[in-house]
Design a protein around this ligand. Structure first.
Ligand SMILES: [Zn+2]
Length: 346
């Protein structure tokens, strides 16, 4: 019996993850291969690292290039056009304008000895594809995924299992929509956001990127808190909050409860537009290694409670808000699954 696999390549700025799925979408291995991306050594080194990683992954799983039916590549945006990097915050400036799609496709054809179909896309969207496949099972339900981390990743997965990419490949940049601040009791100017918008981006109220501003705001209500006088750097202070919250620190809990409220309202906001029946929440706050079940359940409960009043009546009983399952593997698996979906369409 001939085996057919689809390779997923998830290229982060520092680490690339490799995996593969069978024709039915099941992962070939639960172990993902990780390699340095070598962005500092230039374009050729990156491609060489991906090819070597894929070859090693195949060998580790008793597979060969002749078994490969397609490849997916997950890369951070923004893009100049399909498969071409634009200026990306964590990549060398020299990568701007690099047609990574064509270079990877050519290198794959060389190692495989025949052309291999390659799909290329946004890492967050590909992660959403993998999570959606699990969350909806055999149904055709559409899925909204939100991933609060350093920023707020967002993806919408349609009935065909694929993500909404948009006409300029900037679809679902939902972290940079404004939060309805009047609901949250914050006075003063909207928080600033890394994207430069001044309208109070949801990302600033729901992710690590906005924690310095949230901490400053909430310390006003806790003037005696240890962090008010601590000499630690702002980064150390905000990164300590997740652990503090899980130890019952009132200030830290208030901050994450606040983030969950904003996220809940944003869920409702997006469901107004998309009418999805499944919402998957991923990111660092759902990380099983860094958070307790109690912490995760509290966060999810507050999201559900704050979304519910703003949904239409039929949606209140049907919209499910669930935690992501694949963690940091989702983008590599998603890239492979997208390659598989494309081969089925072709
Ligand atoms: Zn923004």
């Amino acid at each position: 019996m001939s085996k057919k696999v689809f390779i997923g390549t998830d290229s982060g700025a520092t680490t690339t993850k490799m995996c593969a799925v069978w024709e039915n979408g099941e992962p070939v291995s639960s172990k993902v291969l990780q390699r340095p991306t070598h962005t500092e050594k230039g374009r050729e080194a990156v491609i060489t690292s991906w090819i070597a990683g894929a070859s090693d992954f195949l060998a580790q799983n008793q597979l060969q290039w002749s078994d490969v039916a397609g490849v997916g590549l997950s890369i951070p945006g923004p893009y100049e056009r399909y498969g071409v990097f634009s200026i990306t915050s964590n990549l060398p400036a020299s990568f701007s304008g690099w047609d990574v799609y064509s270079d990877y496709r050519d290198a794959l054809a060389k190692i495989a000895g025949r052309p291999l179909p390659l799909v290329c896309g946004n890492d967050g969207n590909f992660g959403g594809v993998a999570e959606a496949r699990l969350a909806r099972g055999n149904s055709k339900a559409t899925v909204l995924m939100l991933m609060p981390g350093s920023g707020l990743g967002a993806a919408f997965i349609g009935a065909d299992g694929l993500s909404l990419d948009g006409d300029t490949l900037a679809g679902m940049e939902a972290g940079h929509m404004p939060a309805p601040l009047q609901l949250f009791g914050l006075t003063g100017k909207p928080f600033t956001c890394g994207c430069g918008r001044d309208w109070g981006c949801v990302e600033a109220y729901t992710t690590i990127s906005g924690l310095p501003q949230l901490l400053a705001e909430f310390l006003k209500r806790h003037p005696g808190h240890e962090l008010a006088t601590s000499t630690a750097s702002t980064k150390e202070k905000v990164l300590s909050l997740r652990t503090r919250a899980q130890k019952g620190d009132a200030l830290a809990l208030e901050i994450f409860d606040f983030q969950a409220r904003v996220m809940g309202v944003h869920v409702a906001n997006l469901v107004m537009a998309l009418d999805t029946s499944i919402v998957v929440i991923g990111g660092g706050l759902m990380d099983h290694e860094a958070t307790t079940p109690e912490f995760r359940e509290r966060y999810m409960r507050i999201i559900r409670e704050n979304a519910r009043p703003y949904l239409w009546a039929p949606q209140r009983d049907t919209v499910k808000v669930v935690a992501a399952e694949l963690g940091e593997l989702s983008q590599a698996i998603g890239a492979a699954v997208v390659a598989m979906y494309h081969s089925q369409k072709a």
